[in-house]
Design a binder for this molecule. Structure first.
Ligand code: 2AM
Length: 203
């Protein structure tokens, strides 16, 4: 209602949003290790994740405005962190969601600290965050009912020295992810920026 008590005829303009999440984005080498793990599993009726989409979510932000994205990027920019080794050595299935994953039995302290710092910082951007404990995993398949392996799991070794802000776009043929910006871990190499596409080398 306006001052005269009439309903406004102006259309409501929603600010455009992007669906974003922070992630660890695999190198081509790690990606092919993950593809081998996938190939060692019986798919059944499960829906495999496209190889180009494989990643570890650090923090899911949901649909956010440009202003919130800037806030999130400022938080990321301020994180020094440390590189770490991740060993993906465990296969699991969450029956309720049907997610079949490969994950790390051991969570390196630097990874736990990275997620903690992101969580603390991003909470200040006014986003409602998932309060569930962090379980580092790469979703390999969705709609899975059972895990059946053809051969024992060959653990995937992943040297992590950066993290990324990724946009999720839903298209008729499924989700597509694009790395928007990435930051190196390590105090003296902080703040590497840029739109990377899948595998841009650092300057
Ligand atoms: P996942 O990490 O188990 O695969 C983009 O949607 C990514 O964010 C996916 O990797 C997805 O799950 C993760 N994610 C975490 N919380 C989510 C949520 N509430 N809705 C959608 N995706 C979420």
């Amino acid at each position: 209602m306006n001052a005269e008590g009439e309903k406004s005829r102006l259309p409501r303009v929603e600010a455009p949003t992007q669906r974003l999440f922070f992630a660890l984005w695999p190198s081509e080498e790690v990606r092919s290790g993950l593809a081998e793990v996938m190939a060692s599993l019986h798919v059944g009726r499960a829906k495999p994740v496209l190889a180009e989409n494989l990643h570890i979510t650090l923090l899911f932000l949901g649909s956010v405005t440009a202003q919130t994205r800037i806030c999130a990027e400022t938080v990321a920019e301020g994180i020094a962190g440390h590189p770490f080794e991740l060993r993906l050595d465990q296969i699991g299935l969450w029956p309720k969601s049907g997610i079949l994953w490969v994950g790390a039995r051991e969570v390196p302290e630097s990874l736990a600290a990275l997620v903690r710092d992101l969580h603390l910082g991003i909470a200040g951007c006014g986003i409602d965050l998932d309060a569930r404990p962090f379980k580092p995993h790469v979703t390999l398949m969705r709609k899975a009912l059972v895990v059946r392996r053809e051969r024992p799991l060959v653990a995937v070794a992943w040297r992590v020295d950066d993290f990324a802000l990724v946009e999720s776009k839903t298209t008729p043929d499924g989700a597509h992810y694009q790395v928007l910006t990435s930051w190196r871990l390590g105090a003296d190499s902080r703040g590497v920026q840029g739109s990377l596409g899948a595998s841009s080398p650092y300057p």
